[in-house]
Design a protein around this ligand. Structure first.
Ligand code: NAP
Length: 279
C-alpha cells in the first residue's frame, strides 16, 4: 500500500486531485457548465440520482470536445433505492440518463443506518460491477463501522468514500483510516460552499502570501492531504481558478494551520451519518 500515490486506491484505481461537483447544475445551463468544466480540464465529474441532473451531465459530456473514455463520471445510489431490485434498475436508469455503456464509478449516497439496508445496497453495487454495468464502486458518508460491515459481508472494499470535508471539518481520523485501508477520500463541499471558511484570517493570510485566492488555498490544502476535492462551480472563471490551484504548493506549516481551523461542530448543516438519513 505504501508505494501507492495518495490518489490511487487499494485496487490501483486512480483519481485526479480535483473533480467538478454538479449539485444544482441542471438543464441547458447545467449541461453548459459541465461541458465548460471538461473543456477547461476537469476529468472527474460528480453527480447523483438525487441531483436530478444525470441528463445534464450526460449531455455536457457528449457535447465536450474530448474522448469520453478520458473522463471518470461518478453517480450515487439514492437512499430509497437500497433494496436489491430497486438498486439494480436505478443504476441501469442512471446509466441510460448518462448515456454510457458502463458507469465509471457508483457510490451509495448515504448509509441511512436507521433503514439499515446499506449492506443490501452494497451487494447490488458489487453485482452491477460483476455484470459490467459499473466499473468501480464506492460509498459516501460512510463511517468506519459502515465500511467494516460492508466489507465483512461481501469481501469487497470500496475504492472511494466521499465525505463532508473542509477547513471547518477536517476529518483527521477518517482520513487516517481511509489511508490505512487504501480507500480514496473525496471531499464534498470542499470550499464550505464558499461561505464562512473563506473569511478565515489564516486562509486569507496564506492566500496573500502566495498571491492566490482563498479558494485556491483551500483546494491546495485538500491536495496536500491526499484528498480529492470536488468543488462545484457553474462559473467558467471559477472553474479556471479552481483548476489552477493544482499548481499551488503549501508548506507543511500552512497545511497544519488550516487543519487547525477545524471545529467539533463544524459540519455545514449538522448531517452526521450516524443519524442523518437521505432518501
Ligand atoms: N455525497 C454527498 O452527500 C454530497 C453532499 C453535498 C455535495 N456533494 C458534492 O460535492 C460537490 C461540491 O459541494 P457543494 O456544491 O456543496 O459546495 P462547494 O463546492 O464547497 O461550493 C460551491 C459554491 O462555491 C462557489 N465557488 C466555486 N468556485 C469558486 C471560486 N473560485 N470563487 C468563489 N466561489 C466559488 C460556487 O459558485 P458558482 O457555482 O457560482 O461558480 C458555489 O456557490 C457538490 O456539487 C456535489 O457534487 C456531495
Amino acid at each position: 500500500m505504501t508505494e501507492l500515490s495518495a490518489f490511487t486506491a487499494h485496487n490501483g484505481f486512480a483519481l485526479p486531485p480535483q473533480g467538478l461537483g454538479t449539485y444544482n447544475l441542471r438543464g441547458e445551463s447545467g449541461a453548459d457548465a459541465v461541458r465548460s468544466g471538461i473543456e477547461q480540464g476537469y476529468r472527474l465529474i460528480d453527480t447523483a440520482f438525487n441531483y436530478e441532473n444525470e441528463g445534464a451531465v450526460g449531455w455536457g459530456v457528449a457535447g465536450a470536445a474530448i474522448d469520453p473514455a478520458e473522463l471518470i463520471v461518478t453517480t450515487k445510489l439514492a437512499g430509497r433505492h437500497h433494496a436489491a431490485e430497486r438498486a439494480r434498475t436505478a443504476i441501469e436508469e442512471s446509466r441510460f440518463r448518462l448515456g454510457v455503456e458502463a458507469i465509471d464509478l457508483v457510490l451509495i449516497h448515504w448509509p441511512n443506518p436507521g433503514e439499515d439496508r446499506y449492506v443490501e445496497a452494497w451487494r447490488a453495487l458489487v453485482d452491477a460491477r460483476e455484470r459490467g454495468v459499473v466499473r468501480q464502486i464506492g460509498v459516501s458518508n460512510f463511517l468506519p463501522e459502515h465500511l467494516e460491515r460492508i466489507e465483512d459481508a461481501t469481501g469487497v472494499r470500496p475504492v472511494v468514500n466521499q465525505i463532508e470535508l473542509h477547513p471547518h471539518f477536517p476529518q483527521i481520523d477518517a482520513l487516517a483510516y481511509h489511508r490505512e485501508q487504501g480507500i480514496l477520500t473525496e471531499a464534498w463541499s470542499p470550499i464550505g460552499r464558499a461561505q464562512a471558511v473563506l473569511t478565515e484570517p489564516a486562509i486569507i493570510d496564506i492566500a496573500a502570501a502566495h498571491g492566490a485566492s482563498p479558494v485556491q488555498v483551500v483546494l491546495a490544502w485538500h491536495r496536500a492531504r491526499g484528498v480529492v476535492a470536488i468543488p462545484k462551480a457553474a462559473d467558467p472563471g471559477h472553474q479556471r481558478e479552481n483548476l489552477a490551484a493544482n499548481d499551488l504548493g503549501l508548506s507543511e506549516e500552512e497545511v497544519e494551520r488550516i487543519t487547525g481551523l477545524g471545529r467539533k461542530d463544524g459540519r455545514l448543516f449538522g448531517a452526521d451519518p450516524a443519524t442523518h438519513e437521505e432518501m
